[in-house]
Design a protein around this ligand. Sequence first.
Ligand code: ZN
Length: 432
Amino acid sequence: MENLKKGSEVILKNGEKATVVRTIGNGGQGVVYEVLYRNKPYALKWYRREYLKNIDQKEFYGNLCDNQAAGAPSDNFLWPLEVSGYTENSFGYLMPLRPKEYSDFSSILNAKKRFASIRVQIAAANNICKAFQSLHSQGYSYQDINNGNFFIDVNTGAILICDNDNVAPCGTWMGMAGKDRYMAPEIVLRKKHAGMESDLYSLAVVLFMIFFVAHPLEGRAVHSCPCLTAQYMRYFYAEHPVFVYDPVEASNRPVAGIDNNVIRLWNCYPKSLRALFERTFTKGLFEEGYRVRENEWIDCFNELDNLLVTCPLCGGEQFYSFTNDGAIDFVCEDCKKRIRKPFLLQGKRSKKVLYPGAVLKYSDISYTDDESICGVVVESHKRPGLWGLRIREDIKWEAKYSNGVIKKEGKVIPLFRDTELTIQDQNMKILI
Ligand SMILES: [Zn+2]
């Protein structure tokens, strides 16, 4: 059985049937169909015979069944829900359909779709890292992270990961090397099989593309190559890869007119983010221990989110600048008008900008993953220019102002610089 016709039935391992409705997509490994199962629509990936001929079919099928039985590491995976019966001709698996609000990652890379905001872009990057963190923490490696594996909701940053059929317990290799331009050097050079460490490399390539819409190793040296033959691909992506912003080696810098995105965007992001990419694509190219783990990315993305300021005049977004020149306002990079500087809340865990509309989560002020909202910054109607934190009613707080006044009751905490603030049992200070 190769191409499945509309109306044909696939018998699943559990004895039930799925009925083919239409073809959704064609790939190198197989065809994806929309099917009806228990009267609900699902996706069915059905492998090509030519693909199966070249791999250990029984091992591949067994791994698929193991993954299905174990269940998805998180809701972000379009994970095998049911597997078909095993035949030597072909087999496949059932997974959830992609909801229509999710776009292909490639449509973002070719600018057909755009993130609604930088905050949403950061959220998408964060969600991708959280999903791979849950996958890796359960002892799996993905082995083939590339631009075709993600669906992203550009309005919310929600993500889904597809093509989970190569996912296998760390140490088990499913025969997949990966995709050109996304594979770690040691995989291209066939020194190792794909695993968790090479996942971290490919993940960093994908994250770089999310932020800079460019490849981290494609600059002048690569562009000047007349034809990227297999030999040159091996040279530029594995034998002699050079990061476009390698602080020492400048031979592969971005080229104006070709790499405008990365040239324009690189310095817009805080140093903390640039430093993680720099580490991954310099020392981390060949020394796996220098590759950035998901928790480091997640901490960095939380910091970025905390330092992002939305202009009240034009909605433009920019990162808070720590240069303390004593000014109470700054020029918006987008509309070029002067806007008031936010307060900076210094907690034990992190810094966060406070300005009308900013949301304070419990995870911002405490070492916890609890992202419940503590309060929202508002501006007084009666006294324009006076900002306060509208605090959740069940939260205990105390504010000690620089003039010695202590306040601990009310729905809104007035915000002034140099205030010592305690929310629940967390101490923090409002700066600038
Ligand atoms: Zn503005």
